[in-house]
Design a protein around this ligand. Structure first.
Ligand SMILES: Nc1nc2c(ncn2[C@@H]2O[C@H](COP(=O)(O)OP(=O)(O)OP(=O)(O)O)[C@@H](O)[C@H]2O)c(=O)[nH]1
Ligand SMILES: [Mg+2]
Length: 319
């Protein structure tokens, strides 16, 4: 086994950080590293934490880390895209919070830029999760800002998605109707110290009532929190535990994890084939010849494409 994998399995913080850098940068050892680590994973609970900028995700996370540490649990956090233009002021706060845990080997916090990854940030995050899982963290939390497609791809990597909403979102509350509700397993109404927090809760309940009209027993939990007042954090922790037990017992966790594996297989195979084909077309420079042949109507499209594809398959007997 490559030495770095052994150090990750031994839980060495620096090795874990280095391994994540390798998966992020597409290091030549990346695949061997992940393959060596993968069989040792499967024990971490993976939580997604998402919500609009400034809704208090990092503040809640900080309190949750304290609670889990008091209970003897180890916890790793990947914060995706903390450099979003919306979050300017929050970065300093995040750094200060991180420092608090800097000397604790059982807390690992890592930021990941949302751009500049070979294979996309969801792929890099997925591999980073495998590293942390193999390193033996009890809980892995993925924090993402917003609810765009990239964020949805990322939170789908988690076993339980927590969606943070706050009073005063204005128009954004409309987004609740447009499918955002679909991704949340546990709804957190943070800033419950503010007016109108009850209205947000009522609104979520209203939407969920429609969604679960026929199966009210499966309705998602809603937790009221105030990170500044440190209210509701124990309830949040209990809610996560209960939800986890429920999906473990009713088979949803297994189903979710298998779906995730299936999606990853498809993504990885598709991405690999795509890059091979692109390199093949590029190498030969022959795409221009094809363009000319088609432009001048000397060739027909499907004939020329199938001919090219057959040549590709003959040449590429293996990856
Ligand atoms: N009143 C009130 N303010 C809060 C609460 N939680 C967080 N805040 C404040 O909201 C601001 C943003 O908090 P963060 O924890 O950085 O929010 P975030 O969701 O991580 O922000 P981004 O990472 O930028 O998306 C900070 O000024 C917090 O002090 C709360 O429960 N009540
Ligand atoms: Mg944050």
């Amino acid at each position: 086994m490559i030495p770095l994998a052994e150090d990750v399995l031994a839980g060495q913080t620096r090795a874990i950080a280095r391994a994540i850098s390798r998966v992020e940068n597409g290091h030549p050892d990346k695949e061997a590293l992940i393959d060596a680590l993968y069989p040792h994973g499967g024990t971490s609970l993976i939580l997604g934490l998402t919500g609009p900028p400034g809704s208090g995700k990092s503040s809640l996370l900080d309190l949750l880390i304290d609670k889990e540490r008091s209970a003897g649990k180890s916890i790793a956090v990947i914060a995706v895209d903390p450099t979003s233009p919306f979050s300017g002021g929050a970065i300093l706060g995040d750094r200060l919070r991180m420092q608090k845990h800097a000397t604790d080997d059982h807390v690992f916090i890592r930021s990941m830029a949302s751009r500049g990854h070979l294979g996309g940030v969801a792929g890099a995050t997925s591999d980073a999760i495998k590293v942390l899982d193999a390193a033996g963290f009890d809980i892995i939390i993925i924090e993402t800002i917003g609810v765009g497609q990239t964020e949805i791809d990322i939170v789908e990597l988690s076993d339980i998605v927590m969606l943070v909403l706050v009073p005063g979102l204005g128009d954004e509350i409309q987004a609740l109707k447009a499918g955002v509700m679909e991704i949340g397993d546990i709804f957190i109404v943070n800033k419950s110290d503010r007016d109108d927090a009850d209205k947000v809760k009522a609104h979520i309940e209203y939407v969920l009532n429609f969604k679960y009209m026929e199966k009210p027993d499966q309705k998602n939990p809603i937790v009221m929190t105030s990170a500044v007042k440190q209210d509701g954090i124990n309830t949040l922790r209990d809610t996560i535990q209960t939800y986890y037990q429920t999906i473990l017992n009713n088979g949803m966790l297994e189903q979710k994890r298998k779906q995730r594996i299936k999606a990853e297989i498809k993504n990885l195979i598709t991405a690999k084939i795509k890059s091979k084909v692109e390199a093949f077309l590029h190498d030969q420079g022959s795409i221009e010849a094809m363009v000319d042949g088609l432009y001048e109507k000397k060739r027909s499209p499907y004939a020329i494409i199938n001919e090219k594809l057959n040549r590709f398959l003959q040449e590429k007997q293996s990856i």
